[in-house]
Design a protein around this ligand. Structure first.
Ligand code: HEC
Length: 402
């Protein structure tokens, strides 16, 4: 339908869409779009308009309710088209429409809703920074279906009780949830201090803290905290000579005879535990780092250099940035998208959209998102198995699943 594309073009060209446009023009433009919505009864067109509106408002938290919205929302919420319902609800949340907020909150808490729906609903409320929501997120820490979303969401709230509640549950969390817990604790000074205290008391095993996370803790720029961290965890600064020596050591250790005994199935299990959160191999895994399927991964030198000294050569798009937000959070990640005054940051465990006003300080860091020292957490046999797995030409059965 040609006029549908025309409409979408109109949305994209609308003055409020340009993020630099002054707030007043934004709101007028929005009201005009709501008016267009009222005149349309084609669900496909409605959906496209809603998508355009959402795109334009991404990252903005307090957008005043545009004129006419409360009149059109009930119709959109009852549409036969699921996408129209979902997008309309997401927009209504952005506009602080109390009916929609109550609906989404009910879905997030409903034990009968699906895991996908509950997590999406919860994420929506966190993105919205719903006021006084931290206590609800804290109770959801004990709900396995939404536990990880709750753990990540608590990072958005500066609530003095969160750290203690997360730390109490830490020993019972699985390894993915532990990463979420640590990332959340490391984002603010107060919770980071409690995190370091837990490492000092061995409540959190020292090896759970990646070099990456330790770097984020140092980025909080609290001298006392950094000093305690160095005492409890050690120093991350390995010299280039240390790394060269380590590469040489493993090159010698992993000679042809040793590699021939490698267990690729066991190696796959190690890959899934330590690398898959960032890399894809054989079509499975995340895309924070490059897809390793077509890489030179059967070459021992290539693997060792990249794993032991990831910051030696980093492509521009993988440079890590350290951002201090206006509400006092420290975030580290790669900037994956930049449009107008909005940036999308990919952290180790989530994608965050920020607008200029959210950012107090942004610095590019010379180190890779790929953590150093991963190999130190593995036994020589495990390194051998991982290398054997990386050298495979096709996917192997995961150890223990046969
Ligand atoms: C926190 C995310 C993260 C984790 C975990 C991670 N990597 Fe990476 N990795 C990256 C990023 C980002 C790059 C690209 C930038 C660079 O080269 O440092 C990269 C680059 C690489 C490269 C070079 C790819 C190329 O062709 O440029 C290899 C090989 C690699 N990683 C292997 C691994 C292995 C093996 C593991 C598990 C032991 C692992 N990585 C764990 C993020 C990660």
């Amino acid at each position: 339908m040609p006029w549908r594309s025309l409409l979408v073009l109109t949305v994209l060209a609308a003055p409020w869409f340009t993020p630099v446009a002054p707030a007043r023009a934004d709101d007028d433009g929005l009201a005009a779009l709501v008016q267009v919505l009222q005149q349309i009864d084609d669900d496909g067109v409605r959906r496209d308009l809603l998508i355009g509106m959402r795109e334009g408002l991404k990252g903005r938290k307090d957008v005043p309710l545009p004129d006419g919205w409360t009149k059109i929302y009930p119709t959109l919420a009852k549409s036969a088209n699921a996408q129209v319902r979902d997008y309309a609800r997401a927009l209504a949340i952005t506009f602080d429409d109390p009916t929609a907020i109550a609906e989404v909150r009910a879905v997030a808490l409903a034990k009968t809703a699906s895991a996908t729906e509950r997590n999406a609903a919860l994420q929506m409320l966190v993105d919205k920074r719903l006021a006084d929501f931290a206590p609800t997120l804290q109770t959801l820490l004990d709900d396995p279906v939404v536990q990880r979303t709750a753990l990540r969401g608590l990072a958005a709230y500066d609530d003095p009780h969160s750290a203690k509640m997360i730390l109490e549950r830490y020993p019972r969390l699985d390894s993915d949830a532990r990463q979420d817990a640590l990332t959340t604790l490391a984002t603010r000074k107060q919770s980071a201090t409690e995190l370091v205290a837990a490492v000092e008391q061995n409540i959190i095993p020292r090896r759970d803290l990646s070099a990456f996370l330790v770097r984020q803790l140092h980025a909080l720029k609290d001298e006392d905290l950094s000093r305690r961290l160095r005492a409890a965890w050690g120093d991350i600064r390995e010299t280039p000579q240390d790394k060269q020596a380590k590469i040489a050591k493993y090159t010698q250790l992993l000679n042809g005879d040793v590699l021939a005994q490698g267990n690729a199935a066991a190696g796959r299990a190690i890959f899934e535990r330590t690398c898959k959160q960032c890399h894809t191999l054989y079509g499975e895994g995340a895309k924070i780092g490059p897809d390793l399927t077509g890489s030179n991964r059967a070459n021992l030198e290539y693997v060792l250099t990249n794993v032991i000294d990831p910051s030696a050569a980093i492509a521009r798009e993988y440079k890590m940035n350290i951002i201090i937000t206006a509400d006092g959070r420290v975030l580290t990640g790669m900037i994956v998208e930049k449009t107008g005054d909005r940036i999308t940051l990919q952290t180790v465990n989530e994608r965050i959209v920020l607008v200029e006003d959210d950012i107090e300080d942004l610095q590019e860091s010379p180190v890779s998102m790929m953590p150093e020292g991963q190999i130190d957490a593995l036994t020589p046999e495990q390194v051998r198995d991982l290398v054997a797995y990386l050298a495979t030409k096709q996917q192997v059965e995961l150890e223990g699943t046969k």
